[in-house]
Design a protein around this ligand. Structure first.
Ligand code: ADP
Ligand code: MG
Length: 709
C-alpha cells in the first residue's frame, strides 16, 4: 500500500518545469497558497522538505476489525457502510454529529462536536473507515473525532488515514493532519524516486539497507512495523554515514595525507617544568600527557581531543604540550573562546614559563595597537615561543616563524573550520590539541569529533570536594547573601554572584548586573565588591579580574562572561540568580568556577521556577556534581537534537538518527565510512558522486574546505 509513482501529483506538477524535488509545495494538488504559507512556517518550502519531514509517531490502524470485536480504550480501525447520520443541536450551542456505520457484526458511531459540516461528508450508503480510540458504553461503540477514509471502489488511491499504519507529523499551526498526510503522499508520488541514493550499493547490501526511494516511502507509509523499522534504520544510517564520511575526509586530509612535525624527546624546558610543579600531577594527567607526547613525536600530525570535567586540570596538559614544542625549537599557540580566559591563560603561562626562559605573548582585543604589533612581530621573528589569544589568533595578520602546535581550549565553542584556519598557519601541518569540558559520553564523541583521537582526564586533583549545591527560593535570598558576605568573606574566602541570563541583549544583561551590584553595595557596604560584564572594555575586564585574583575584590558581581575556564581557587561560593533560566551544561560550567581549591565550596541556585522542566534541572544540579552524569541527564531532558544544537557543537542537525539510541548504527556507519574513504580518499569515483554532493550540502558550512580539491 505504499505510494507508487504516477497519479494525481503528476498533473499538479505540470505547471512546474524544474527539478521535482525542488518544486514549491504549492504546486502539489490540494496545497493552495494558504497551506503553503502554513507549511513554510514549519520550514517546509519544497517537495523535498516534505519528504524529509519524518513522522513523529505512528498509529497502527492496519487491522480492520469486525465492529463487534472492537476493544474499549484501544486504537482500532473499523469499516462499514453509513446507515444513519444524526446531526443536532444539544444543550444550547453544542452541536453533535453522529455518523453510524454498520458492518453486519455491529454498529459504531463516529462522533464530532461543533463540526456540522462532517454530516454532509458521509451520505447514507457510503462505505467508510473510521479509526481512533474506541469508547464502548454497553452495546454502544463510538470513536470521537475519528480519522476517516472513504472507501471508493472506483478509485485506485491508497487509504492514508485509516486501515493502515498512519503517520503523525510534528506539525502545528493551521495545518490539518489530513492535509499534511496527503501532501506528503503526493510529494512521494512526485519525487520519491529522485531522492538521491547516497549510500553506495555495496555498503547498502552489506548493511541490509533499503534503496533511498523505498526507505522514504516506507518511513511515511509503512506496510508493517518491520518495514518501518528497516526504513528508519536505513535513513538513520544514511545520516550518520554522510557525517562520518565527512569526518573521515577531514581526518584523512589533516592527518594521514599530511606530513607533520616530529617533535623530539622531552628536553630541558619540560624537565625544569616538571621539577618546578607546585603539585603532583594526577595519574590521569600523566597518562594524557604521555599520549600527547607520543602523538607529537610521531611524524603524522596530532589531532587529539582532551576531555575532562571542569577542574580536572586540563591546562597542565596544554602546558606540557607547549613545553615540548618549545623544547624542539618550535612555537605553540593556545586559543581560548573568551578574552577573560585568554588573559588568564596568558598570566598563568607567563608565570610558569618566564622562569624557564620561554617567552609568552598575548594576542587579543585587550591590547593597544602598539602592544599588539609588537607581539605579532615577536611571533613572526620567532623571538616569542608561545602565543595565547582569542579568535584574534586566526586573523590573517598573525604569522608565526615556526608554528608546530595549536591548542584550542573549550573546543565546543569553536567550529571545525576555525580549528583548520589556525592549523593552516603552520608551514607543515601543526599538531592539534583540543580541550573541552563538555562531558559527552565517550562513544558519542564519535559523532561530534569523529576526526579526532580522544583522551579523557577522568580524575580530579586530590582533596577536591564536590561543590555543595542548593536550590533556594527567592524568599531565602537574604540568608544566602548573608552567608556569603558574613561567613565566607570574613573567613578570607571569595565569591561570585551571577546575574540572571538575558539572552536577547548583552546591554540589558550588563545593565541588570550593574543594578544588582549597586544594590549589594548599599546592602553590604563593608564588603569589597567588583563588577564584571560583557560590555566593559577589555582593559577594564582585565583590571577587574586582576583585582579579583589578587583578593582585592572579595565578591564579584558578574554574568556568564565568567562561564568558562576562570580559575580563582580561593573563591568558594557562587550565587546564581534566576538559575532556572540557565541550561544544565551552563550551570555546570558556572559552578565549576568554585571548588577549585581545597576549601569546601558552595553553589546556591536562586530560582522560583515556572515550569516542571526547570524544576527538574535544579533538582538534577543539586543531586549531581559529576559532569558525565549531568550530560546524560541533559540528553534525557532535552533530547539529542537540542543537546547537539548546531550552535554549541558546530554539527549539522540530525533529522532521523538519534546518536544515543542508534549507537550501534553509528558504529557501523563509522566503520563503513572509514573503509570508503580509504578506497576513494577524494570521493572521485562516479558511484560516489551522490555521496560527495550530500557531504558538501550537509556539512558544507563546517567542512567546506575539505572537498575543494
Ligand atoms: P580545567 O580542567 O577546568 O581547565 P584547570 O586546568 O584550570 O582545570 O585546573 C583547575 C585547578 O586545579 C587549577 O587551579 C590548577 O592549578 C589546579 N590543578 C591542576 N592540576 C592539579 C594537580 N595535579 N593537583 C592539584 N591541583 C591541580
Ligand atoms: Mg580550563
Amino acid at each position: 500500500m505504499t505510494p507508487t509513482s504516477g497519479g494525481d501529483a503528476k498533473r499538479g506538477a505540470q505547471r512546474y518545469f524544474g527539478d521535482p524535488l525542488s518544486m514549491p509545495v504549492q504546486y502539489l494538488k490540494g496545497i493552495g497558497p494558504a497551506r503553503a504559507r502554513d507549511l513554510a512556517k514549519q520550514g517546509i518550502a519544497t517537495v523535498r522538505d516534505l519528504i524529509e519531514r519524518v513522522p513523529r509517531a505512528y498509529r497502527d490502524y492496519s487491522q480492520i476489525k469486525p465492529i463487534a470485536q472492537a476493544q474499549n480504550g484501544q486504537p482500532e480501525s473499523l469499516m462499514g457502510t453509513v446507515v444513519m447520520v444524526d446531526d443536532r443541536r444539544v444543550r444550547g450551542n453544542l452541536h453533535l454529529t453522529r455518523v453510524i456505520i454498520s458492518d453486519g457484526s455491529g454498529t459504531a458511531a463516529g462522533v464530532w462536536f461543533n463540526q456540522p459540516w462532517q454530516a454532509k461528508r458521509f451520505p447514507v450508503g457510503m462505505k467508510v473507515l473510521f479509526a481512533g480510540t474506541v469508547e464502548r458504553r454497553g452495546a454502544q461503540i463510538q470513536i470521537t473525532n475519528p480519522e476517516w477514509e472513504i472507501i471508493d471502489e472506483e478509485s485506485s488511491s491508497d487509504p492514508l488515514h485509516a486501515g493502515r499504519i498512519v503517520p503523525v507529523y510534528p506539525l502545528t499551526g493551521g495545518l490539518n493532519p489530513r492535509d499534511v498526510r496527503r501532501a506528503v503522499y503526493l510529494a512521494l508520488q512526485t519525487a520519491a524516486d529522485l531522492m538521491p541514493d547516497t549510500i553506495p550499493g555495496p555498503v547498502r547490501e552489506r548493511q541490509g539497507l533499503m534503496p533511498a526511494a523505498e526507505a522514504w516511502r516506507a518511513i511515511h507509509f509503512p506496510d508493517s512495523g518491520g518495514q518501518r523499522e528497516r526504513a528508519r534504520a536505513t535513513l538513520a544510517f544514511e545520516e550518520l554515514f554522510v557525517l562520518q564520511v565527512g569526518l573521515a575526509l577531514v581526518r584523512r586530509q589533516t592527518v594521514v595525507e599530511q606530513a607533520g612535525i616530529a617533535h623530539g624527546p622531552d628536553g630541558e624546558v619540560t624537565r625544569r617544568l616538571r621539577a618546578g610543579l607546585p603539585f603532583r600531577l594526577t595519574a590521569a594527567q600523566e597518562r594524557v600527557i604521555r599520549q600527547v607526547a607520543a602523538d607529537m613525536e610521531s611524524s603524522r600530525p596530532m589531532n587529539r581531543l582532551v576531555q575532562g570535567d571542569v577542574g580536572s586540570g586540563k591546562t597542565m596538559v596544554a602546558v606540557f604540550a607547549l613545553a615540548k614544542a618549545v623544547d624542539s625549537g618550535h612555537q605553540g599557540a593556545l586559543m581560548a573562546p573568551t578574552e577573560i580566559l585568554a588573559e588568564q591563560h596568558y598570566l598563568n603561562l607567563r608565570r610558569i614559563f618566564a622562569p624557564l626562559g620561554v617567552e609568552v605573548v598575548l594576542v587579543s582585543g585587550s591590547l593597544t595597537k602598539k602592544e599588539r604589533d609588537a607581539n605579532l612581530g615577536l611571533l613572526q621573528m620567532g623571538a616569542a615561543h608561545i602565543a595565547v589569544g582569542t579568535h584574534a589568533l586566526i586573523e590573517d595578520r598573525v604569522a608565526f616563524k615556526d608554528l608546530s602546535l595549536v591548542i584550542t581550549d573549550e573546543q565546543h565553542r569553536f567550529g571545525v573550520r576555525q580549528r583548520a584556519r589556525l592549523q593552516q598557519k603552520g608551514e607543515v601541518m601543526p599538531d592539534t590539541l583540543v580541550m573541552t569540558a563538555t562531558p559527552i559520553p565517550r562513544t558519542l564523541a564519535l559523532t561530534l569529533y569523529g576526526d579526532l583521537d580522544v583522551s579523557v582526564i577522568d580524575e580530579l586533583p586530590p582533596g577536591r570536594r564536590p561543590v555543595g549545591t542548593y536550590w533556594r527560593p527567592e524568599s531565602a535570598r537574604r540568608q544566602v547573601y548573608d552567608h556569603l558576605m558574613r561567613t565566607e568573606v570574613p573567613a578570607g574566602r571569595q565569591g561570585y554572584v551571577v546575574c540572571p541570563l538575558i539572552e536577547e541583549s548583552d546591554k540589558l544583561q550588563a545593565q541588570a548586573a550593574t543594578e544588582w551590584y549597586e544594590r549589594l553595595k548599599a546592602q553590604y557596604p563593608d564588603v569589597r565588591l567588583g563588577l564584571l560584564h560583557g560590555r566593559l572594555r577589555p582593559a577594564e575586564k582585565e583590571a577587574v579580574m586582576e583585582a579579583f585574583r589578587a583578593g582585592e575584590i572579595q565578591v564579584l558581581v558578574t554574568t556568564t562572561v565568567i562561564e568558562v575556564g576562570v580559575d580563582v581557587p580561593n573563591a568558594t561560593m557562587m550565587i546564581i540568580e534566576g538559575a532556572d533560566r540557565f541550561g544544565l551544561a551552563q550551570l555546570h560550567q558556572l559552578r565549576g568556577r568554585v571548588g577549585r581549591g581545597s576549601h569546601q565550596s558552595y553553589c546556591v541556585l536562586i530560582a522560583d521556577p515556572k515550569t516542571a522542566e526547570a524544576r527538574e534541572r535544579l533538582m538534577i544540579m543539586q543531586k549531581y556534581s559529576d559532569g558525565f552524569a549531568l550530560a546524560e541527564k541533559d540528553l534525557e531532558l532535552r533530547g539529542p537534537g537540542e543537546f547537539f544544537g548546531t550552535r554549541q557543537h558546530g554539527m549539522p542537525d540530525l533529522k532521523v538518527a538519534n546518536p544515543i539510541a542508534d549507537l550501534a548504527i553509528l558504529e557501523r556507519a563509522r566503520a563503513e565510512a572509514m573503509r570508503l574513504v580509504e578506497e576513494d580518499p577524494h570521493l572521485r569515483l562516479p558511484e560516489h558522486q551522490a555521496l560527495r554532493q550530500a557531504v558538501k550540502e550537509r556539512l558544507g558550512e563546517q567542512f567546506g574546505f575539505i572537498l575543494v580539491s
